[in-house]
Design a protein around this ligand. Sequence first.
Ligand code: NIG
Ligand code: FE
Length: 407
Amino acid sequence: MTTTTFASASSADGLWTGLRAMDGAPLALAVEAGQVQWMGLPGTEPARFAQVVRHDGGGALVTPGLVDCHTHLVYGGHRAHEFALRLAGASYEEIARAGGGIVSTVRATREAGEDVLFASASARLSQLLAEGVCAVEVKSGYGLALEHERKQLRVARRLAQAHGVAVRTTFLGAHALPPEYAGRSGEYIDLVCREMLPALHAEGLVDAVDVFCERIAFSLEETERVFQAARALGLPIKLHAEQLSDMGGAQLAARYGALSCDHVEHLSQAGIDAMRAAGTVAVLLPGAYYTLRDTHLPPIAALRAAGVPMAVATDHNPGTSPALSLLLMANMACTLFGLTVPEALAGITAHAARALGLQDTHGTLAVGRPADFVLWNVREASELAYWFGQRPVRCVVRQGRIAEGAP
Ligand code: NIG
Ligand code: FE
């Protein structure tokens, strides 16, 4: 497969024929000015599409562009040594309490210049994009000081421009307590709420706000203070909730109308009920569950019974999920968590878009939306969650351009 830079990618405008929809039915669609303008049975296109450029899909399956709704893509260094420590018996919490974990990536991220961060994040993003991702969330949270959080978020904005992909930025200043605030978490939360968030918001760098609510991170009360600051600025919230313990974060997040609660291994029924009532998406992160060799499964059956939409994301980060394949996460959501294949596929498309507030533009293939879709070399949609370690992508159309491969 050839990889084209975004700047030189050719327009996807024209009539796309020889496609099959996710149910296997023959499909054609027309792209005009970068938008899907018509979809229907081959041969039934409106007359105005008779003379336009034709792209023959050769029988490929077509899906909406994938959406990776939870990543920490921008950071310095790596944490392979912690992987080894965990294999030798140390837990994630023990490593964090001993000064490793998130804080060690904070050191490396603070040391790195913006261009260095951009180069490494850009290479990682390319991996996701080559697999059909058309929208991605990028969190800050490895700077934990205004200038370094700004650096991360600026890199996220630059990634969107350079790669021609929808990037939603999430401010995660309350990810961990920076060492210089040891014993003063209240003061650090003051800084997050009164200085960092307002300044970064004023610079147009923040699309949503997230907190790591956990016994090794921030309390429920501290989390709520950040939510209040976000609300005062009209910003949507998300939460790293109930990953290691049930903190009641999901109920709190739901009260603030959260877009999503993520991880949720220890989510209670009360949390599920609150999320259902608020329309909050549960974002499942099997890469972190797997890497930490967690054994406490998220309550999939109860989420399903309640009708809480479930998304699936990579959670790409150097500590708990060094994963750069969203299809592998779909596979693991089925194998480890027991999602059905249609649930996993909705989890990396429509429900993931909703977790980012992008449900009107991304995650579904429909007329009037940006032309973001993927042609796959598979016979059945179920194969997308079945194969792993390969990339059955034939062609990715992103923002109206043929961005990867060719029809
Ligand atoms: O989503 N849980 C907190 N945050 C990240 C891990 C960050 C890290 O360990 O560097 C997560 O798993
Ligand atoms: Fe995360």
